[in-house]
Ligand binder design. Structure first.
Ligand code: HAM
Length: 455
């Protein structure tokens, strides 16, 4: 029978108690291998953002509840039932980033510094939805906004940017576009839609029956088969646009054509947030199943003023990182999930060797290399195993004997070749020598450290 030694007993008791504690439903850990994939997604997005002249902004996760009620809309699913609100404190964990970003924009008078601002932010959002594949309660968005530009070319530009991120990740998604009109033309459309929907009240789902009065446009994108069928003959928003909205939409389409961005028109797309005016769009990846929108956004020309800011237009989108990760997994894209190789592992054998090794490891790390060693003084075999686990390119075998003989062994872990490594000079020179070997053995395009400096 397996017996737990007395000295280890407290650890086992803690472990058993701990096993009962799990992450909350809909909240997920992102483990180290997966984080590498996330970092790649974020860095590709950031790279594209910088090319398009965007600057990063970092925002708090909590805001006053009123901000979301006034922007996203009181009659939306998000505000009605999905927010994580601390009612006694009047604050809410942000369900999306646009409202927070605009709050910051207004609060800091950012338009005074620059009339057109291009901002991006990346981070967690919180919505109490029913968790399923591609739908979490804490999820992460890559979010981009252009504030202060009303030109239709900008709508096309931001959609082209979203499409560029998706394609630079090696993914495919189709772009669907619609226009929701403006406060001038939408009320008439709303009225004709309500009149149409009321005729079919008995056939609509319970939610849509309620929405017919509170938020009728949402009925247009209900996923229930019966509602979907009924709205096929509903009036089209695109036929109700005023001249300005019609012309704007036409120019958006022309600009997309000019940039050779493929898209289709979806007159049923209305989005789940009330702040949109004119252009709305979604990036749809059918491989995702029911949660097929990998990104979405649109124009919100009245929102900044509505939140107490200057009368400025805006447009933006957000992409769900979890959904991008799912798409990459589905594509069998494993290369993104690899940790960076360790450049050098030092198998230190003996006390003096360990002291010298720690200096060497520190020196290499300072110079941009990924270096590691084992402080436990285990056998060479155990340390070589660790070097394998760390995916080391080279291992330096450095024992007290080697120090005495002034020569260590450097093993190339790929081709298993070994060479003598001189320990004649001072340790600082050993580090220089190692740096040279580690750099010249890399392909030219990889000769940069983790932050891109040449090594
Ligand atoms: P949204 O459509 O609510 O828009 O979300 C944008 C994207 O976030 C979705 O297309 C999806 O990829 C991801 N997403 C949303 N909810 C979840 C969830 N529960 N689990 C996983 N992923 C999710 C907005 O949030 C707007 N603020 C976008 C925007 C920016 N409009 C203008 N500027």
């Amino acid at each position: 029978m397996f017996c737990i030694p007395d000295e280890l007993l407290p650890f086992f008791i803690v472990t058993e108690a701990f096993l009962k504690l799990k992450a909350i439903n809909g909240f997920k850990d992102i483990l180290p291998d997966e984080v590498v994939r996330w970092q790649n997604i974020e860095s590709i997005a950031q790279d594209v953002f910088h090319r398009f002249g965007f600057n990063e902004i970092r925002l708090p996760i909590m805001e006053v509840t009123e901000l979301f009620a006034r922007s996203i809309g009181q009659a939306t699913d998000i505000v009605e039932k999905e927010m994580y609100t601390f009612a006694d404190k009047g604050i809410t964990m942000r369900p999306e980033a646009t409202a927070s970003l605009l709050r910051a924009f207004i609060e800091h008078g950012m338009h005074v510094q620059q009339p057109v601002q291009r901002l991006y932010t990346i981070g967690p959002m919180f919505r109490h939805e029913r968790p399923q594949k591609g739908r979490l309660r804490q999820f992460h968005q890559i979010n981009a906004e252009i504030i202060g530009a009303v030109e239709p070319e900008v709508d096309a530009e931001i959609m082209a940017m979203g499409q560029m991120i998706i394609s630079e990740l090696g993914l495919n998604a189709s772009l669907e576009v619609n226009s929701l009109g403006c406060p001038e033309c939408r009320p008439a459309f709303r009225e004709s839609l309500v009149n149409y929907l009321r005729q079919y009240n008995d056939s609509l789902c319970t939610d849509c029956r309620r929405r017919t009065e509170s938020n009728p446009l949402r009925v247009l994108d209900c996923k229930k088969p019966m509602c979907k069928e009924l709205v096929q003959d509903a009036p089209s928003i695109l036929s109700s646009l005023c001249k300005e909205c019609h012309d704007h939409f036409q120019q958006v389409k022309d600009s997309l054509d000019l940039l050779d961005v493929q898209y289709s028109i979806n007159r049923f797309m209305v989005r789940g947030l009330d702040y949109y005016t004119r252009t709305t769009f979604e990036f749809i990846a059918h491989d995702l199943g029911a949660q097929s929108a990998v990104g979405a956004g649109g124009r919100y020309d009245g929102l900044i003023e509505q939140l107490g800011g200057p009368k400025l237009p805006g447009i933006g989108f957000a992409m769900g990182i979890e959904r991008l990760v799912l798409l990459l997994q589905e594509k069998g894209e494993n290369t993104l999930g690899r940790q960076k190789q360790t450049d050098l592992f030092i198998a230190a054998l003996g006390q003096d060797a360990a002291r010298y090794s720690s200096i060497l490891v520190h020196c290499l790390r300072k110079n941009g290399f990924k270096a590691a060693m084992d402080y436990s003084g285990r056998s060479l075999k155990a340390q070589m195993k660790k070097a394998g686990r760390l995916d080391a390119r080279y291992t330096l075998i450095l024992g007290d004997n080697e120090l005495e003989q002034q020569v260590a062994v450097l093993r190339n872990m790929q081709n298993k070749e070994q060479e003598n490594f001189s320990l004649k000079d001072k340790p600082i020179h050993w580090a220089d020598h190692l740096k040279k070997i580690l750099t010249t053995s890399l392909p030219v395009h990889e000769r940069t450290d983790i932050i891109g400096r040449e090594i």
